[in-house]
Design a binder for this molecule. Structure first.
Ligand code: 5GP
Length: 211
């Protein structure tokens, strides 16, 4: 796997603040790329096609599913969301780190296919805070808010499928924790076998340094 970038999957229940934490991380690490998802949901005010999402109709989305164009996809609150495969593959191969900010169903699909990814689960510090954050968006009806809250609550059970837990009590601290996780992952022996071979090979080829 030498020379390959890291695939960092940031996921967690709706309202945990994944998006904000990712943006803070990306501000500090502009060399890391964020995969832009495709969705069939309508753009919210201020959202731009090709920046926040690729906004497409259901027919286009389903066509891409047929072609195997998604690394993962899921239906979240009645709309399709998916990670286009090409962008992620190309950038990982060229050694860049790529972040996916996706829901839990999608993260579990990626885990099945790509176990060497880093799977980070972001949670709010309390359920009260989660409720406040879901309500704070102010973009959904009361029924929709309740549905999101219930679904977020039940999604907490998937925590054990992840490698790391980041409590989002402050966006800055959560982003710092993600930096630490990535630093530690880059030091893992199994990610550094190419370096090890080179280091060892250097000595094998010139034992005269001991004389
Ligand atoms: P929103 O509509 O609020 O932008 O996103 C709703 C949910 O969909 C969030 O939990 C978000 O992380 C998730 N999501 C965004 N893009 C993708 C994707 O490409 N795949 C999956 N599985 N979920 C996504």
């Amino acid at each position: 796997m030498g020379g390959k970038g890291l695939l960092i999957v940031i996921s967690g229940p709706s309202g945990a603040g994944k998006g904000t934490v990712c943006q803070e991380f990306l501000k500090r690490h502009p060399e890391t790329l964020l995969s832009i998802s495709m969705t069939t949901r309508q753009p919210r005010k201020g959202e731009i096609d090709g920046v926040n999402y690729f906004f497409r109709d259901i027919k286009t989305f389903e066509g891409l599913i047929e072609e195997g164009g998604f690394l993962e996809y899921a239906k979240v609150y009645g709309n399709y969301y998916g990670t286009p495969r090409g962008f992620v593959n190309q950038n990982l191969l060229s050694g860049k780190d790529v972040i996916l900010e996706i829901d839990i169903q999608g993260a579990l699909q990626v885990k099945d296919k790509f176990d060497e990814g880093i799977f980070i689960f972001i949670v709010p510090p309390t359920m009260d805070e989660l409720r406040r954050r879901i309500e704070g968006r102010g973009s959904e009806t009361p029924e929709e808010l309740l549905r999101r809250f219930k679904s977020s609550y039940s999604e907490l059970q998937f925590i054990t499928r992840y490698d790391y837990l980041v409590i989002n009590d402050s966006v800055e601290d959560a982003a710092t924790k993600i930096e630490s996780i990535i630093t530690a992952e880059k030091c893992r022996v199994d990610r550094n076998m190419d370096f090890y071979a080179k280091l060892k090979g250097g000595i094998d080829n010139d034992l005269s340094i001991f004389r």
